[in-house]
Design a protein around this ligand. Structure first.
Ligand code: HEC
Ligand code: HEC
Ligand code: HEC
Ligand code: HEC
Length: 439
């Protein structure tokens, strides 16, 4: 059966975001209950995707063997291992190669001839194979085409450093912890996040570079993280994932020491007195024009305060407020407001806003907000995506309007500018009403 393309994209976004929102919900049945509910609430017309058959897949995968190996282990470093990869992920990539949303001159013609049923069969076949085969010694040059290989870097990759970055990310550079999505040692438990364990280092590095130069554009989070990574980080990650066992005894540690939140928050409380007249003593601004700061992420608040100070985000009122603050003051204020509870938002909700928030508008190229601001509007602190739920509606309207006109231009890679450019005033109003009342 065929799922409507738009609907499938939407389901994908939901799946992708669900991890963050429900990561405390341990049991999968519970997750699926939440999903079913959500889907019911949003009244989406779902149908079941093609069911794959391992036996049928085995036959159809013969033409893939020249490069990906009969056992799913890439014939050379340039060809990714497919053995043990999640079937959902394989299907999504094949569909993307076919549609051209993931570009690769070798895979495009391979995927072009595959039907949905073929993709499903091949995917379950590769998923059923074991990745424990030796990945490099089976190198075989009988492959049809030899893709260009990247020149070796004059840098000795450090697998332990790769492990640190993999497990903790780097908050100061907005790099999320990879482990959150790709799982411990690269074995992800969420079907839409690819397994990275025992993958060829060269392939991993090529993909990270592709996300970084935006030649692979099908995932915002990956573009954001890879965009902040250096060539050394990428080489380190490649070395780590190629053989995670080699550093099994190394205990990963965060790259930057975490700020002792409670002490900082305590210190921030005194300093926050001068912010109270506009933002409220506990960060719940009583006046709709001023943003609530309570419960907003520390990373995001710190970024904003530093940018008001440098002028990257222009506002004459806030520029005056931050001029005299030191970096330590800023960190403490951010820790204090982040530790406060936001009050519920006021006003009535908007169905139109809800629809745009959860599914965007593919025709007009408006990306669904849920992809970055989360299913409950809580944002993604590690990636620097702010919380928007329960924020004052007037403030939300002012910010969306400023991103649209360019008066606010501190969003990395113009993420918000590109989206708001396509919005009309009534879209902005509807979205603001919805976000202000999100539970
Ligand atoms: C001529 C060699 C070749 C053949 C034959 C080939 N592939 Fe590929 N495949 C590649 C290369 C090269 C890449 C990596 C593309 C890139 O760098 O983005 C790839 C990538 C993929 C990926 C993405 C893997 C990931 O981890 O994201 C999938 C899935 C895939 N191939 C499936 C198949 C299937 C199924 C077939 C058979 C129908 C097939 N390939 C036939 C060379 C080949
Ligand atoms: C928010 C969840 C998330 C986080 C955190 C994350 N990734 Fe990913 N990653 C994804 C998704 C989803 C894809 C698949 C994108 C697609 O469909 O093409 C992906 C794809 C990849 C790929 C390509 C895999 C392949 O088989 O082609 C690599 C490599 C990768 N991620 C590495 C990393 C590294 C390194 C980090 C940490 C710095 C990281 N990821 C953090 C979600 C995430
Ligand atoms: C005179 C009123 C006023 C005072 C006092 C004030 N602010 Fe603001 N603040 C504003 C306004 C107005 C904005 C919205 C600016 C814009 O439109 O971009 C703002 C925005 C912010 C933002 C951005 C919030 C977001 O969601 O992006 C932060 C963070 C912030 N203020 C922190 C502080 C801190 C910390 C203090 C005390 C040191 C403070 N403010 C004192 C009026 C004030
Ligand atoms: C690709 C990720 C992404 C998507 C999709 C996205 N946003 Fe954002 N948004 C951001 C980032 C990043 C920022 C913070 C920019 C900065 O650092 O100042 C932001 C900021 C905002 C703000 C300002 C918050 C504040 O406190 O000042 C609002 C409001 C907002 N987004 C609403 C939306 C809406 C509505 C949509 C959907 C139509 C949307 N966003 C889609 C990434 C995204």
């Amino acid at each position: 059966m065929i799922i409507h393309v738009k609907c499938r994209q939407f389901l994908y976004t939901l799946k992708q975001t669900s991890y963050f929102c429900f990561k405390n919900v341990e049991s999968y049945p519970m997750k699926s209950i939440i999903f079913s509910l959500l889907i019911a609430i949003l009244s989406i017309n779902t149908s079941i995707a093609a069911q794959g058959s391992v036996d049928a897949g085995k036959g159809k995968a013969a033409m893939c063997a020249a490069c990906h190996g009969a056992n799913g282990i890439g014939a050379s470093d340039a060809y990714p291992n497919l053995a043990g990869q999640h079937a959902d992920y394989i299907v999504k990539q094949l569909a993307a190669f076919k549609a051209g949303t993931r570009k690769d001159p070798v895979m495009a013609p391979m995927a072009a001839g595959l039907s949905e049923q073929d993709m499903a069969d091949i995917a379950v076949y590769f998923a059923s194979l074991d990745r424990s085969g030796n990945t490099t010694e089976s190198a075989d040059d009988s492959a049809g085409t030899t893709p260009t290989t990247t020149a070796p870097v004059a840098y000795i990759a450090n697998a332990s450093a790769g492990k640190n970055l993999y497990e903790f990310g780097d908050v100061s550079r907005s790099i999320g912890a990879c482990i959150g999505c790709h799982g411990k040692d690269g074995n992800s438990t969420v079907l839409i996040y690819p397994n990275l364990a025992k993958q060829h280092a060269q392939y991993i590095e090529k993909q990270l570079h592709a996300f970084k130069d935006e030649t692979r554009t099908n995932n915002f989070a990956m573009m954001q993280f890879a965009g902040s990574m250096t060539d050394e980080d990428i080489a380190n990650i490649g070395a780590y994932l190629a053989d995670t066992k080699a550093v099994a005894n190394v205990k990963a540690k965060p790259l930057v020491a975490a700020v002792p939140v409670s002490a900082a928050a305590l210190a921030g409380k005194d300093k926050a007195a001068m912010c109270a007249s506009c933002h409220g003593a506990d960060g719940n601004s009583p006046i709709a024009m001023y943003p609530k700061l309570a419960g907003q992420s520390e990373t995001y608040l710190t970024k904003q305060l530093l940018e008001f100070k440098s002028g990257t985000r222009e506002d004459s009122v806030m520029a005056g407020m931050v001029a005299a603050l030191s970096e330590q003051d800023i960190q403490e204020l951010a820790a204090y407001f982040a530790s406060q509870k936001p009050t519920l938002g006021a006003g009535s909700t908007s169905e139109e806003g809800k629809k745009l928030y959860y599914s965007g508008d593919a025709k007009r190229g408006i990306t669904a907000c849920i992809a970055c601001h989360g299913i409950k509007g809580k944002g993604m602190p590690k990636a620097g995506f702010p919380a928007v739920a329960n924020q004052n509606a007037d403030y939300l309207i002012s910010q969306l309007t400023k991103f649209k006109s360019g008066a606010r231009a501190n969003d990395r890679n113009s993420m918000m500018a590109n989206i708001t450019k396509k919005m009309k005033a009534h879209d902005i109003k509807a979205l603001a009403q919805f976000m202000a009342t999100m539970k």
